[in-house]
Ligand binder design. Structure first.
Ligand code: PAF
Length: 281
């Protein structure tokens, strides 16, 4: 049994209206489909935390700064619905383009500061696209809680900020990254890796783990970074976009873990952009 697919906003609103009238809490899990265990863990957390759960699937063109990347993004709606079946979510909301961006759409939600760095610096407009669609999904679903993976750590901070700044009455819940056995963070983009590239991919996380250990042992961040970048490139990655130690809350760059800190990285492997992050300390 798969959950009902809801394509119309009117239908979604009617469902949510009824749930809320019965005093039930609603959780939303925003996704772009191509669901993996990471997404399913978010849906499970939502099931535990809320009476009703909506998983949304919308491949948001406004967050892709490269049209080819948008075209290549895996589209697997039927398989996604099957994967969600055993979780007993209450609805899979799959709006179409005009529902999300009707003719004349002219509004952008833009979170300042923390979107200028890391992925924001390398993917112009990406976080405006994310912030805009997530604001819409929050308002459309009227959920009490929204579940996001820590795998997209910068995104998690951005959506937390926007909900607070816009007084959207929703609690943003961050959930741990789910990894393959070899350490590779689960991502829909992993489906795009060739068999050879898939073998090399875990080296990103392995190098980050060693770098984090080195930082905790008091090593110099710049030196450890250079060593880690060289290792990642030796493993077959063509470019390390960033590999930074940053403060968890503001994403300011740090040269020592003097406050809660994370190592964040983005790197290209055989035409696929992978990101990862781990706590330091
Ligand atoms: O993390 C994602 O899959 C997307 O950025 C999100 C949050 C669903 C917005 O399109």
């Amino acid at each position: 049994m798969t959950a009902p697919i809801v394509r119309s906003l009117t239908e979604l609103r009617a469902m949510v209206f009824e749930w809320k009238a019965n005093g039930e809490t609603v959780g939303v899990v925003p996704t772009m489909g191509a669901l993996h265990q990471g997404h399913l863990s978010l849906a499970r957390a939502a099931k535990e935390g809320c009476d009703r759960v909506i998983v949304t699937i919308f491949i948001n063109p406004k967050q892709f700064n490269n049209p080819e990347d948008y075209e290549k993004y895996p589209r697997t709606e039927e398989e996604d619905a099957v994967k969600l079946g055993p979780l007993n979510v209450d609805a899979i909301y799959v709006p179409d383009g005009p529902t999300m961006y009707p003719e004349g759409f002219a509004t952008t939600v833009s979170v300042g500061g923390m979107t200028d760095v890391l992925c924001g610096a390398h993917r112009p407009g990406h976080f405006d696209g994310v912030a805009t669609i997530v604001s819409k999904l929050f308002l459309q679903s009227q959920a009490d809680r929204a579940y996001f993976g820590e795998k997209d750590f910068q995104q998690l901070q951005v959506v937390t900020r926007l909900a607070a700044d816009l007084n959207i009455p929703i609690e943003v819940v961050g959930c741990p990254t789910i990894r393959e056995e070899d350490g590779l963070a689960m991502s829909s983009r992993n489906l795009l890796l060739s068999d050879r590239a898939r073998v090399w991919a875990p080296e990103l996380n392995a190098a980050m783990q060693d770098m984090a250990d080195g930082i905790l042992a008091g090593g110099d961040v710049a030196e450890l970074r250079a060593k880690a970048v060289a290792r990642i490139e030796r493993a077959g990655f063509t470019e390390v976009e960033y590999l930074d130690l940053r403060a968890c809350d503001t994403l300011e760059e740090l040269d020592a873990p003097t406050r809660p800190a994370r190592l964040l990285a983005a790197a290209w492997l055989a035409g696929v952009r992978l990101i990862d992050n781990i706590a330091v300390g």
